[in-house]
Write a protein that binds this ligand. Structure first.
Ligand SMILES: Nc1ncnc2c1ncn2[C@@H]1O[C@H](COP(=O)(O)OP(=O)(O)OP(=O)(O)O)[C@@H](O)[C@H]1O
Length: 709
């Protein structure tokens, strides 16, 4: 933070395992100029200028700073920990610390009302502050900031000091989500950060790109707290620390950086230009992009403007059009140091639909959702909202509501205030707010609970408040990231039905992430099955279940038994077959694909696992079949289409009975039947001889290695 007329941008901040910081001097004038270019201008000349700009502000994202280990050497599971240091007068070295989640200070953080940072009128108002003990920290949903970010709110930021490793003046704030910096409020993009080292809490508006810019704000807390001479010495010591020598009056930051950076080479992240072995890294501003952990975009399949017109703008029905989206994260263990969290995602989501993104853990569901919301920038590819390229839209313009698994409510606000919050910051008239909140309370079945605080509600009620809050500003798209994940099975079940009804009533285009296939099948009008960053299949729940396009979809969307083809009678073994190479997409998507196919677009980059799988398949495929338990029928007497088997175990499941049987060659099959059918069959006991008949329509050729057979 510079106290004069320019600002410093911090990058790579406080990662204890690497070098602590990369600093960029940037004048406020330049920053605002660039912001203007990258943020709002849409004329062709502005776009041209924007292209020439080093990509500093077009993607306003604070990069993840992972804290791989805390002080005790334990792995910190909460990787999404962002630390922004508001350096006041301590050298950077002093700010190294362990993950804030692992800190043992009893007064670890404060939470403050987000609107403190938003309106000039309220900026100085002191609102509730809470001390958060470390044990509570896990519960404190800093995600709530993000939940609002879609509406352009500033974020509440936790702030804490650590008595052992941080001085009283050095404070830090952390976010659980990078998008906290993406909001635009009024004319200026800003985030409110409460800095309460000082007697009166004051807020810094923070402008952020992948780095953090701490901007002066008036009335300036630092200016008030530090005498002028002090601030100068702080600048001087910072300078000395970076450059290892005293600054002469003629040297400016850009001048020095230019002088120190070797030309023609891009420094690797962490490469230091600093003298005297200082652990601070300084890189030229124009090269910043290359040194970020966020990889540079892979050759982008950017379509021409004609393509956009033809394909997206003409299709009023398409609410969200996702075109060849890749998201790459750096990963030292992955081939090429890059991990493809999303790989060539191509998807259309129609207006008013209720879509489930389903897939195993790590398949990229949340990443895709976050890309749609603008919380992540795709590495390549484009996303259109109602025909408009999201790159041209601010997060606020997207009008997307986001609900997290953990309710993310403002805990110091009543239900009413929580719901009204999004409207208040948009300066909606009081009467309109009251009408809308009452309407939502009724819709959510929360009448009479408006005065309660979140801790006075059940989990299901809290989640409904979170949904009401997201719906209050009437978003065009509602994104739910495992909305019921934290609830018990019974509550989940009742909320599923409720969500479906709510959607029918409100009609907002909704995408929800779940790893529960039952939930996806029950609620959604269409299901997108994801695996390893790719879409395996898109279809209605019935299509997905009845006609899975790959062994993966079949096995993921319900129980399956995998048996050798040889073990079954020849007549039974001739089912329809697919291989993993078949990656089905919706009809609409395939059409778009062909329209969008661009000869210059690089081919999809296959990941190693995919390539090897397909190669293996040619050797081992076609030997095994996948069967649903309800397609395995048991009979007492044999015929030409049955295979003999012995009962291994019988399980009563209420309305159904599951019978495990062993085929002659020792393979185990599951059969599920209605209890009434079981009664017709007569009681079965382990060791009984039965005859198995199965329906082969949905059998697959599968790969031995893939299914550990
Ligand atoms: N910021 C990041 N840096 C590096 N890798 C990441 C990052 N975010 C996500 N990933 C990786 O991308 C992959 C997809 O993550 P994502 O959160 O989208 O999965 P998911 O399908 O939502 O999983 P889950 O159901 O467990 O939430 C994971 O392997 C994850 O480790």
């Amino acid at each position: 933070m510079e106290l004069g007329g320019s600002c410093l941008m911090m990058d790579n901040y406080m990662n204890p395992n690497t070098r602590p910081a990369i600093w960029y001097p940037l004048s406020m004038k330049t920053f605002l100029h660039r912001k203007k270019i990258s943020g709002t201008a849409s004329s062709s000349s502005a776009r041209r200028r924007r292209r020439r700009m080093p990509a500093m502000h077009s993607d306003i994202l604070l990069r993840t700073i992972a804290w791989p280990q805390d002080r005790t050497g334990k792995q910190c599971t909460r990787q999404c920990c962002f630390v922004l240091c508001c350096v006041l007068d301590e050298p950077l070295r002093e700010q190294r610390g362990s993950c804030p989640h692992a800190m043992g200070s009893p007064q670890l953080g404060h939470a403050c009302a987000p609107h403190q940072g938003l309106h000039k009128g309220t900026r100085q108002r002191t609102t509730e502050k809470r001390h958060i003990a470390p044990a509570q920290l896990g519960q404190f949903d800093t995600e709530s900031e993000v939940a609002f970010s879609g509406y352009g709110n500033a974020a509440v930021v936790n702030r804490g000091t650590h008595p052992r490793s941080f001085s009283a003046r050095t404070s830090f704030v952390w976010f659980t989500e990078p998008c906290a910096l993406t909001k635009v409020h009024g004319k200026h993009p800003c985030i409110g950060i409460q800095e309460s080292s000082f007697s009166a809490p004051v807020l810094y508006p923070i402008h952020g790109a992948s780095r953090i810019l701490v901007q002066r704000h008036s009335p300036h807390p630092v200016k008030r707290a530090l005498p002028r001479s002090r601030s100068r010495s702080w600048k001087a010591s910072l300078f000395e620390r970076f450059f290892g020598r005293k600054r002469s009056s003629r040297q400016t930051w850009p001048h020095l950086i230019k002088e120190q950076a070797p030309t023609g080479t891009v420094p690797a992240s962490g490469a230091s230009f600093a003298q005297n072995g200082a652990d601070t890294t300084v890189i030229p501003r124009a090269r910043a992009r290359h040194s970020r952990h966020e990889p540079t975009r892979v050759a982008s399949p950017t379509p021409s403007s004609r393509d956009i017109t033809d394909v997206d703008r003409s299709n009023a029905e398409t609410c969200i059009a996702i075109r060849h989206v890749h998201k790459v994260f750096p990963d030292s263990h992955a081939p090429g140091g890059q991990f493809y969290a999303l790989c060539d995602i191509l998807l259309d989501i129609e207006d008013g639909s209720l879509v489930a993104l389903v897939g195993p853990s790590g398949s990229g569901k949340s990443t895709l959702l976050r890309c749609i919301a603008g919380l992540e920038n795709p590495t390549s590819g484009r996303i259109f909202l109602h025909g408009r390229d999201t790159e041209e839209m601010s997060v606020q313009e997207r009008r997307i509501g986001f609900v997290f698994q953990h309710y993310a409510l403002w805990k110091h606000m009543t239900v009413w205030k929580n719901i009204a919050f999004g409207l208040e910051i948009r300066k909606t008239p009081r009467s309109e707010i009251e009408r809308r909140v009452l309407e939502l309370l009724k819709l959510m079945g929360l009448e009479g609970l408006g005065d309660r605080y979140p801790h006075q509600l059940s989990g299901g009620q809290r989640q409904r408040v979170a949904l009401a809050r997201a719906l209050a500003p009437e978003p065009r798209v509602l994104l739910l990231d495992e909305p019921f994940g934290a609830l018990d099975t019974r509550v989940r079940r009742s909320l599923r039905a409720w969500l479906r009804r709510l959607h029918d009533e409100v009609g907002t285009t909704t995408i929800f992430v779940t790893h529960d296939q039952q939930e996806a099948l029950e609620i959604a009008s269409s299901v997108v099955v994801m695996n390893k960053g790719q879409i395996e299949q898109v279809g209605t729940p019935l299509e997905i279940y009845e006609h899975p396009a790959s062994p993966f979809v079949m096995s993921f969307m319900g129980d399956v038994s995998v048996v050798s083809r040889d073990a079954l009678p020849a007549e039974q073994a001739n089912g329809r077959t697919f291989t993993n190479a078949t990656r089905a997409r919706s009809v609409e998507t395939s059409k778009k694909d062909s329209i969008w196919s661009d000869p210059e677009r690089p081919p999809t980059i296959p990941r190693e696992s995919e390539t090897t799988t397909n190669v293996r398949k040619s050797d081992n495929a076609a030997q095994y079949l996948m069967l649903r338990p309800h397609d395995v029928h048991l009979h007492r007497s044999p015929d030409s289409t049955t295979a003999p088997a012995r009962v291994v175990d019988v399980f009563f499941l209420g309305w159904s009975v599951r019978v495990d049987v062993e085929l002659q060659d020792g393979q185990i099959l599951q059969s599920i039947m209605l209890t009434t059918r079981y009664k017709e069959l007569g009681d079965l006991y382990p060791g009984d001889l039965v005859h198995v008949k199965f329906f082969g329509e949905r059998s697959f050729e599968v790969d031995e290695a893939e299914y550990n057979i």
